[in-house]
Design a protein around this ligand. Structure first.
Ligand code: 8YV
Length: 327
């Protein structure tokens, strides 16, 4: 019997290609070309499955042109690159990589919060530029993390991980807002208090965004929300760039409306809003929150295993739209 045909749409670990090749006929993109649009369709039209990452868009046009496609396995927990409704309508399974990246991403969220609040990158640039000639009482004085109020918008697994780090490690008071309130046991475990969205913006000393991106969460942080924040507050985004109106954020940071921002994700990434690049009170990282070697390997493994599970057993390990699987 012929092996199913799989497209690996971005460069991945060689061991992932080797693992997939034991089960499938694999076409891969180890040169890491940008195959979105017509080029992606060209390669995907004769494939049964796809291994995708967050930058590979699977929409109605791609699905219409690739009728053999039965599964897209995303190497990411976020799946806003999938038009999941269109996939479901065509009976195409989508899978993602939850859990394996939770702690690594929460670690990074906390690192970005600390770097931003304590002005670590700005001061390092100053030192490297040879500008450090003497001690000064207010040199790079930032804001405290311990004992402050940590706000979390989006309280899924990663949000809960950040809450636990803040409450247990840094004695922070944790407030959160989420579409649905957590049950009492989870709130107690995270030492987190549910508040209305406005109150979250008003009370947080450090506000971390960890909510999924969709039409509903587009620009949920704009000038009106930033105007509610304390002038000493920091904003950290490890979710998706489109959640923040970047032009409004640039203006607010320029005007000192809030103290600083730490951003791992951007609206037009990998392009970065030029306004952000002119500011010293921002820490900017290239979408690396899940990027530890063990975690990226675990994500790749889970995406590959979703494909294997699907073609061998007719189901996914971490399906997004399990209703497409016939009972
Ligand atoms: C990925 C992420 O690195 O999992 C996610 O949702 O944002 C990151 O962990 C990125 O999406 C690449 O697929």
């Amino acid at each position: 019997m012929n092996k199913p045909r799989i497209l690996v749409a971005r460069c991945v670990f060689p061991e992932t290609i080797a693992h997939l090749s034991q089960h499938f006929e694999v076409e891969s993109n180890q040169d890491d070309q940008d195959w979105n649009g017509a080029e992606l369709i060209e390669r995907l039209r004769d494939k049964d499955g796809a291994f995708t990452t967050g930058s590979v868009r699977i929409d109605a046009a791609v699905l219409a042109a690739c009728p053999r496609l039965k599964i897209c396995a995303n190497m990411a927990v976020g799946y806003n690159n999938f038009d999941l409704d269109a996939m479901t309508a065509r009976g195409v399974l989508g899978t993602n990589t939850p859990d394996v990246l939770t702690d690594t991403t929460a670690d990074f969220g906390f690192a970005l919060l600390m770097a931003t609040a304590r002005r670590i990158c700005e001061s390092e640039h100053y030192l490297r530029a040879g500008k450090w000639t003497k001690w000064r009482y207010d040199m790079f004085a930032g804001t405290d993390v311990h004992g402050s109020t940590l706000g979390i918008l989006g309280m899924g697994r990663i949000g809960q991980g950040i809450a636990r780090r803040g409450a247990l490690g840094f004695g922070m008071k944790v407030v959160y807002h989420n579409r649905s309130r957590l049950n009492a046991a989870t709130e107690a475990d995270c030492k987190a208090h549910y508040v209305a969205k406005e109150e979250l913006f008003r009370t947080a000393d450090h506000l971390v965004l960890v909510l999924p991106y969709s039409a509903a969460s587009h620009h949920v942080v704009g000038s009106a929300e930033i105007a509610l924040m304390k002038p000493t507050a920091t904003l950290v985004n490890i979710a998706r760039g489109g959640i923040v109106d970047e032009n409004a954020l640039v203006q607010a940071l320029r005007d000192g409306r809030i103290a600083a921002a730490g951003l791992d994700v951007f609206e037009g990434e990998p392009k970065v809003n030029p306004g952000l690049l002119t500011l010293s009170n921002v820490v900017l990282t290239p979408h690396i929150a899940s990027s530890s070697v063990p975690t990226r390997k675990a994500m790749a493994r889970l995406a590959a295993d979703n494909l294997i599970e699907f073609f061998s057993k007719g189901r996914g390990l971490t399906p997004l739209n399990p209703q497409v699987i016939k009972a």
